[in-house]
Design a protein around this ligand. Sequence first.
Ligand SMILES: [Zn+2]
Length: 258
Amino acid sequence: MVGKCKLCLQEGVELRMSHYISAAVYRTLRGAAAPGMNPNPFHVSRGQSVQSSKQDRASLLCSDCEQRVSRGGEDWFFRNTLRNDGKFKLLQTLLAGRASVHQQGVPTILYEANLFPEIDADALTYFASSVFWRGSIFGWNSDGSVPVNLHGYADQFRRYLLGERGFPEKASLMAVVRPPGSPVDKVIYGPVGSSRGGNSYYRFPVPGFSFMLMVGPKLSERDKRYCLVRGAGRPLVVTTIPDEHIFREARSALGFHD
Ligand SMILES: [Zn+2]
């Protein structure tokens, strides 16, 4: 399909089919299921089910921009996040290193990515931003609505992803590393959230991680402190706290009600 690339804005270019969440997440997860089990990861989208290999795709980017997005963050991310064979390189790196805050009896450990040369915080930021941004440029929801509203900041994200500017100043990104072992290890869904008072809050889980994006004029001190981009030392939080939330959201998307 020929059209206008949503990232570089070039007109009359051949557009590639882009996945909402990278095809790599499916490659990372597929296969090696127990006999009789569906080998595909849980994929949940608003208002519909299910565990399937259906991939949400749309013609959005030119081939240069598709490659730009892969190289900018996806490639590194999928080499380092939780894989189907249980390997989780990034978590192993963190656990072998020094935690910055670790309280006895509290299931949350704070690390500073800057202390780990193996950790590419820029790639993590780029990957998560590309998913939130893609959520803002197409009607991925089952009713055709656009899931993410970045208000007046969508173009700043576009230019950041294009390499023309830094990460938007009025945004804060939190990266939570989720140790495996929970029933929602493999749950994936596109960003959900809301915008109120001019601020937007969105989040999405992928195996090994949960990302949260806050955008708007009124970011709280907490939002800023835990920001992977501008927080001191580039914080990474290791915790299972989002798992319960992800479980509830996945259940409700599948039509269960408590
Ligand atoms: Zn392009």
